[in-house]
Design a protein around this ligand. Structure first.
Ligand code: NDP
Length: 492
């Protein structure tokens, strides 16, 4: 088992190729969510520090060789960052588990490899991407050039810090932009190392900058109002997306937003129940339910409702809750005290609204060293109506609600009766029904008889209040580039 204790780290800002102290002279503390222990003291960027980071990125965009470098050469450096992530994957996974409280094994086997793949995929994709030509008879030839936009602000949440940052950084760099990154203040550790990794890969100084701090009236807001940031790609809560859009409007920033979700996970009576149960358990409780794509709203056809719930409860009872660094742990703690209060507040709301607690809902019994961790048992509510608050609001914890339905039309109606539209899942053995229902659910990704399967070429993003724009493959290329039309006369 990896070590559980680390020295308290000092996390600095990474600006223009150097780790530097913040000029604010302020440090904030970061704690291990599984124990409450102090693990890092982080320099909080002042407005002047954010300005320095942005101007370093601006100079690197305008003056360094980065933007004009042959695409093959630039993509080789981006790919090298991915290789270094794999070389350092144990260290990155250990830090991610420590900072987020997620199981080390999940970080090691899934998130860090996926982060590396984010860099490698976009390096390959951009390197191989061609462009369109539009000939006009024999008289004119139009063709498209995709040019980098400029300085990108990358603002990311605490639930999958490293993976989600690289999801943005890969296409940002491969297309020739420069970056200022701000991770969530709760989880700065792995993202801070992107400076070191960029340096080791040979990325020119100033191309990658990492500032640390909070959102409002802090590093996040300083970025969204800075005139030299051209585009913002943000992942986080819907309410934050609204604030960022307002703040960025004066300087007309291009935005891409990946925000909250409340996905319906629909199980029809003709589904393979065992498969549906085991994947629904992952969809509800992976990362302690702190996943935007979580299947937190289960809709189950009434004929199989009781059987399904019995199997679900049985599977939930087999999850091992414990130390994130233990490779046998399935479920770690919630991210911190404030979030713990928010999530457990929903348990009271559920009880008041008349939902039936079928499993969990308590703090689990844990060994001595985890007594101060923010742990909650996997929790299942049944006999829930879609009008209850636990069905309408994103809880972002290990809480799943099970809503009964009778017909396909009713399932679609309930699935769409939400302000979110990030994703949806459905389980059926009827292929015609699968396509029919997939077409009718208003969400950016629909998984049929599966969950969390990602092809990085495919569009990713949300309908309704779950997002603006799409990322992935050519969708990221469009966001991170200016498409220029060149029209050449062929007339003699
Ligand atoms: P938040 O919106 O609270 O924070 C996200 C980032 O935005 C953080 O870095 C935060 O800084 C920063 N921020 C907060 N306020 C501002 C502001 N006014 N201006 C600029 N930046 C700001 O989200 P969480 O970190 O709580 O993450 C959970 C949310 O993320 C959930 O809603 C989840 O659904 C969503 N999410 C969506 C995904 C998707 O792909 N659609 C994927 C993963 C998560 P700080 O934390 O320091 O305050």
């Amino acid at each position: 088992m990896p070590q559980t204790k680390v020295d308290v780290r000092e996390v600095k800002l990474y600006i223009n190729g150097q780790y530097v102290d913040a000029t604010s002279n302020r440090l904030f503390d970061v704690h291990d969510p599984s124990t409450g222990e102090l693990i890092a003291r982080v320099h909080e960027a002042s407005e002047a520090d954010v300005h320095d980071a942005v101007m370093a990125a601006r100079r690197a965009f305008e003056e360094s060789e980065w933007r004009t470098m042959p695409v093959k050469q630039r993509c080789a450096l981006v790919r090298r960052m991915g290789d270094i992530m794999i070389e350092r994957k144990e260290e990155l996974a250990r830090l991610e588990a420590l900072d987020v409280g997620k199981p080390y094994r999940d970080a090691l086997e899934h998130e860090i490899p996926r982060a590396a793949n984010n860099m490698k995929f976009f390096a390959d994709f951009i390197e191989q991407h061609g462009s369109e030509a539009f000939p006009v008879d024999d008289q004119f030839l139009n063709y498209t050039l995709y040019e980098p936009v400029g300085v990108a602000g990358l603002i990311t949440p605490w639930n999958l810090p490293f993976m989600l940052t690289t999801w943005k950084l890969g296409p940002c760099l491969a297309t020739g932009n420069t970056a200022v990154i701000k991770p969530a203040e709760l989880t700065p550790l792995t993202v801070s190392l992107l400076g070191e990794i960029a340096k080791e890969a040979g990325i020119p100084d100033g191309v990658v900058n990492v500032v640390q701090g909070f959102g409002p009236r802090s590093a996040g807001e300083f970025m969204t109002t800075h005139p030299e940031i051209d585009l913002i790609t943000f992942t986080g809560e819907t309410a934050t997306g609204k604030a960022i859009m307002k703040a960025g409007s004066d300087t007309l920033k291009r935005v891409s937003f990946e925000m909250g979700g409340k996905a319906a996970n629909i199980v029809f009576a003709d589904a393979d129940l065992d498969q549906a149960v085991s994947t629904s358990i992952r969809a509800a409780f992976m990362n302690a339910g702190q996943v935007c794509l979580a299947g937190s709203r289960l809709l189950v056809q009434r004929d199989i409702y009781n059987t399904f719930v019995d199997k679900l409860v049985e599977a939930a009872s087999r999850l091992k809750i414990g130390d994130p660094q233990d490779p046998t742990t399935n479920l770690g703690p919630l991210i911190g005290e404030e979030h713990y209060r928010k999530v457990t507040g929903y348990l009271e709301v559920a009880a008041q609204d008349g939902a039936v607690l079928a499993y969990g809902g308590r703090r689990p019994e844990l060994p001595e060293h985890l007594q101060n961790g923010y742990y909650l048992e996997p929790t299942i509510y049944t006999h829930v109506s879609n009008q209850m608050r636990v069905c309408r609001e994103e809880i972002f914890g290990p809480v799943v609600v099970v809503v009964p339905f009778d017909t396909e039309e009713e399932a679609i109606q309930i699935a769409n009766d939400t302000e979110y539209g990030l994703n949806g899942m459905l389980w059926t053995s009827d292929v015609k029904r699968a396509h029919r229902v997939a077409a009718k659910i208003r969400a950016g990704t629909i998984w049929v008889n599966c969950w969390f399967v990602r092809d990085l070429r495919a569009p990713f993003g949300g309908f309704k209040k779950s997002g603006i724009g799409r990322e992935g493959g050519k969708f990221s290329l469009e966001f991170f580039t200016e498409a220029k039309n060149v029209c050449v006369s062929l007339v003699e």
